[in-house]
Design a protein around this ligand. Sequence first.
Ligand code: XMP
Length: 513
Amino acid sequence: RVLIIDFGSQVTQLIARRVRESGVYCEIHPFNKVDAAFLKAYAPQAIIFSGGPASVTEGESPRAPEEAFKLGVPILAICYGQQTMHVQLGGVVEGGHAREFGRADVEIKKSSPLFEGCWSVGERYPVWMSHGDRVTELASGFEVIATSENAPFAIAVDEKRRFYSTMFHPEVVHTPDGAKLLRNFTHRIAGLKGDWTMAAFKDEAIARIRAQVGDGTVICGLSGGVDSSVAAVLIHEAIGDRLHCVFVDHGLMRKDEGRQVVSLFRDHYNIPLIHADESERFLGALAGVSDPEVKRKTIGKLFIDVFEEKANGIGGAAFLAQGTLYPDVIESVSAIGGPSVTIKSHHNVGGLPERMNMKLVEPLRDLFKDEVRALGRELGLPETFVGRHPFPGPGLAIRIPGEITKEKCDILREADAVYLDEIRKAGLYDKIWQAFAVLLPVKTVGVMGDGRTYEYVCALRAVTSSDGMTADFFPYSMDFLGRAATRIINEVRGVNRVVYDVTSKPPGTIEWE
Ligand code: XMP
């Protein structure tokens, strides 16, 4: 397995994704947590240094543990990683050179296993640079094998020690051949086989769950989303009926979704499931509430109350399952030295483990979202479940600006179902990150047949994104929009006008509230 030492780059996670995509298991650890003892225990077969925002020319800037250089394993050092590697091994780095941000071309001077089967000597290839400082004197044993206009040491290597350093970022898509270079590093140079598969991960995960839980019982809150579903099915494979699933149905799901969750678990997997149908209680608590944050808090608190009631009803459990993913777990490092630990708390069950004195079982905490999907397929979850767009915990409540009523929820559910049906028919579902209808608290005048109508406006939203942090509106054809609008207005009672939201994020957000 590979160790990625994180110096705080924005794109460190992408290194891990590329490495795992090539079938090699890896983990990211912050530079200041990696010491000799850690290295001994982890026993990496190869190490990658990430980039980072600091400057090695500043006093307190991050360094790699010295022991890393003595393990005899190959090291690939990227950007800031390159600079600290050279400084630590006796080279020199200076600031104040022409800054190179964005696309650059590297010219290959000498062949290397790093770009075997990919780049040829004498040719130029596009890469992505992002840095101010640069190495001006190589550490001994290194030679330059590629240059760029502003980076005479674009790639410098010590083939004998198997130390590789690049000034550019191979992990980003703007370095088109970057994934191949990373693969060459892990496969050709480090000699790893690339046999890390989801089937193997599943077996390891099941063994880990059994070891952690022993003969205890686990309780799992289902939301209908991919993460909690995959976690539940995996844990069920590990411990069978000692897993109790609780589906807190707040009545703010999409059309048919509640029924699908119940049927998947009870009929398809035969997993015991408590279906807490509490829609009236949630709607009651939300009556008169129109502030989005109050909506979220009201739903979050009631969710915990209901979950706790149901858990107590079955006599409690020693463990609570959570679908925490790797991006929530990775500790980020701040620019200069000081660790800043950011761990996102799960919106559904925040506070529950302490309140109920339970230990956490988090079988997905090593996985990225797309890996969770692959694991779901491995576990036999239907594609309609595994490939689902993200859906927010508070559900339709944050897609009905203003006060929420049962009537409005029903109208929105119908409009949303018609909209998604059109998206699927047009073959667009998988090209879109998230698509949904929003019911506006505005009525407008229309004419249908011979009569005047006075009904709600429905807004359609669809975005592309890679992580939900930034997003672009989806460029539908006018044809598609016309078709979706006509169907919604004809088939959904209570809507007589449809608009399309063309706001990107930023400055907008994906949800309307
Ligand atoms: P925004 O609207 O912030 O959404 O651009 C980014 C992503 O997060 C989802 N989202 C939520 N998910 N609880 C959740 O579990 C929430 O309160 C919440 N608010 C937004 C949103 O659907 C999108 O995928």
